[in-house]
Design a protein around this ligand. Structure first.
Ligand code: BGC
Length: 465
């Protein structure tokens, strides 16, 4: 059985500045928190590969654009690095500006459309020292950065996004303590989440102002990218399981959906947090600011479903309120290498939720992909990685997207993460996602994996089989 995607459905690649660009100190780029952490403790990174080199995209981007184009891809979403574009005083760094003008011009020449995201977990170090997302001064600084970026590149970029996965920073840096600066404080995490929401709204305001003043393309759009897919609980849930589901969905998903579709935050979630002693740093003017947060469309990142159940304990060992425990579905199919469940139908469930609750809202799959450890072991005699599992993974996700579109979903395209292997935070190059291998032993040389020719076929024909 094969499925056909609409003619105007787009295929592209997702990546980010801090994970690909490299040249971490060139052109007066300032350190971001990944550089800070790499400098402090390189052993924290898989195989001691820190943030410095990315996947050499800055030097190889022309070759990369050609390769992507040859696979039938027409767009790339990456991010501008705040720490490259602005200097410590919040002025444009001329070298950073030139860097991105050149990148965008080269992409255009290669027939690749660039989508720009303004923030991908890359807080500049000097702003972190001023309080990072806990500080309202930094929120203002972000709005200022957005203003400059929009007005500088407004005629070069059509699709803008304020944040990638704004839920991840409060989780990884402020709740679980997995990322530098390893804070484990639930109230501070929610304050960060709240301030990022205000920052998003201010950036959307900046976007509209820039558009009204003629700095943007007529048909430009603004959006937010998040892992928006709905979580699940057990098949026969108790009241407590349902409550765990409500709070997981409320904090991780509905918070952002309400923000970008209604211009407000879910009151029931805020009240539940309040009851557990979590107070948000709300200012009187915020209601009006948040009202401006509405976007033109969404990017949905989807790797695996979230499954939760009632928590065994009300708080964890750090005294952090625990609203839900993870639930392992007995029938789960796993990507054993990454420890993530594979559940392509999750995309369909998300699509139907959006169709039913926000019928006018357009969206695209902004990330989806399969990371595999020690992929070099899958090479055949000619050195080509035989990644049939990746073909299977993507095919099944595309099939559910095609079914969703047939059932009325306004899903406009698909960006695979990451078509070219790239540096993935503390995991560095441990899990490889690409259709294109990056050879770290040989100066980041690129080599197509087996899946690349399958991808080319699908992207060129729009037939998924
Ligand atoms: C993030 C990427 C990351 C990928 C794979 C996504 O959630 O947006 O930056 O590399 O997951 O772990």
């Amino acid at each position: 059985m094969s499925y056909t995607l609409p003619k105007d459905f787009f295929f592209g690649a997702a990546m980010s500045g801090p994970q690909t660009e490299g040249m971490w100190q060139d052109g007066n780029k300032l350190p971001n928190l990944w550089d800070t952490w790499s400098n402090l403790d390189i052993t924290a990174f898989y195989n001691r590969v820190g943030s410095y080199g990315g996947n050499d995209f800055s030097r190889r981007h022309n070759e990369d654009f050609k390769l992507l184009k040859s696979l039938g891809l027409t767009s790339v979403r990456t991010s501008i690095q705040w720490s490259r574009l602005l200097d410590q005083n919040g002025n444009l760094n001329p070298e950073g500006e030139r860097f991105y003008h050149k990148l965008f011009a080269d992409a255009k020449e290669a027939g690749i459309e660039i989508f720009i995201n303004l923030y991908h977990f890359d807080m500049p170090e000097y702003l972190f020292k001023r309080g990072g997302w806990e500080s309202r001064e930094v929120v203002e600084a972000y709005a200022h950065y957005a203003r400059l970026a929009l007005r500088t590149f407004g005629k070069e970029i059509r699709y803008w996004f304020t944040f990638n996965e704004p839920i991840v920073e409060p989780e990884m840096r402020y709740t679980q303590g997995g990322w530098y600066p390893f804070i484990k404080n639930y109230a501070r995490a929610r304050a960060v989440q709240y301030n990022i929401s205000v920052a998003h709204a201010l950036a959307v305001r900046e976007y509209h102002a820039a558009k009204a003043e003629g700095f943007m393309l007529e048909d430009s759009r603004i959006g937010l990218i998040n892992c928006f897919a709905p979580p699940y609980t057990k098949e026969n849930p108790t009241e407590a399981d349902l409550e765990a589901l409500r709070m997981t969905d409320g904090v991780n998903i509905r918070w952002w959906l309400d923000l970008v579709t209604k211009g407000e935050l879910p009151q029931d979630v805020i009240e539940s947090l309040d009851k557990r002693g979590v107070k948000l740093p709300v200012r009187p003017e915020d209601k009006m600011i948040l009202a401006d947060a509405k976007v033109d469309w969404l990017g949905c990142n989807y790797y695996h479903p979230e499954r939760v159940q009632a928590p065994a304990k009300d708080t964890d060992e750090n005294g952090i309120p625990n609203f839900a425990d993870p639930y392992v579905w007995p029938d789960a199919e796993m990507n054993v290498s990454r420890g993530w469940e594979i559940y392509p139908q999750g995309l369909y469930d998300f699509a139907m939720k959006i169709r039913n609750e926000y019928p006018e809202l357009e969206w695209f799959v902004s990330e989806n992909g399969m990371g595999v450890e020690r992929e070099y072991l899958k090479k055949d005699d000619t050195g080509i990685i035989q990644d049939d599992y990746r073909i299977d993974f993507v095919r099944r996700h595309l099939e559910w997207i095609a079914r969703a579109i047939a059932d009325g979903a306004k899903c406009r395209g698909y960006h695979y993460w990451a078509v070219i292997d790239n540096w993935s935070w503390a995991n560095a190059f441990k899990n490889r996602y690409g259709f294109i291998e990056v050879d770290l032993e040989n100066n980041y040389e690129r080599r197509l994996k087996k899946s690349a020719s399958w991808l080319r076929q699908v992207a060129m024909t729009h037939v998924v089989s």
